[in-house]
Each structure stands twice: as C-alpha cells, then as structure tokens.
Design a protein around this ligand. Structure first.
Ligand SMILES: [Zn+2]
Length: 128
C-alpha cells in the first residue's frame, strides 16, 4: 500500500513537470527542439530536485533506515539459528554501513535491540 501511494505521488509529480516542459519548449523553440528540451529539463531539474527530495523523504517506507538481511544466520544475541538475520546498517545519527564484523540477529532479538537502542518505534520488517 505504501508503495502504491508512493507510485501515485511519483506519477503526479511527473505531471507537474509537464507545464514547465511545454512552456520552455515553446519559449526556446527558436533554438531548436533539442536545445529547447535540454533547457526545459535543466529548469525542471532545478525545481524538481527539491520536490523529489521532499517526496522521497516523506514517503520512505523505512524512514530512511537501511537494513541488511542475511539468510541462515546464528543470532548474535540468543545464539539460535534463524532463516533470516537482520541488521540495522544506517539510520539518522547511526551509521554501521562499513562495519568490519557485522552482527545479525533473529527477528525477536533484532526488534528487542532496536527498541532498547532507539525507543518505542518498531522497525518495519518486510514479511516476504
Ligand atoms: Zn536471537
């Protein structure tokens, strides 16, 4: 559902660039279609860089978190084997992307660690 909403917002955002493209192509028509389109895309890019940034910040499913998932792990906390292990690699003010010895945890331990470290907000694991 979140992806569908994001997709719809993205399609609406593309339509917002239509008037800019149309006006610029008409304005710069004397320079030729290619140059007019380049200028239109340049102007559109200057505007929509900020619009896209806002859209993707507001609709990020994981709130900007980057999770790593590994199959067939032994949990770093409880020591039990698990089909999938989880590890938070990046979050605002937390960056373990280049961790030399990454630790993966089962879903329960990973959730427990997350809640202990960052408070009430649960991580949003994908169920597939
Ligand atoms: Zn565990």
């Amino acid at each position: 559902m979140a992806l569908l909403r994001k997709y719809f917002l993205y399609l609406v955002r593309w339509q917002l660039s239509t008037p800019i493209l149309a006006v610029c192509v008409v304005w710069f028509a004397s320079m030729g279609t290619t140059v007019a389109t380049i200028l239109a895309n340049l102007i559109g890019g200057l505007i929509f860089f900020w619009v896209d940034r806002w859209i993707f910040q507001k609709t990020t499913i994981l709130k900007g978190e980057v999770w790593e998932v590994q199959q067939d792990i032994v949990c770093a906390d409880c020591g039990h084997p698990a089909d999938h292990g989880y590890r938070l690699a990046k979050k605002s003010n937390y960056d373990r992307l280049n961790d030399k010895r990454p630790e993966f945890r089962c879903q329960d331990c990973s959730r427990r660690k997350y809640e202990k470290q960052f408070g009430g907000d649960e991580p949003h694991f994908r169920s597939d």
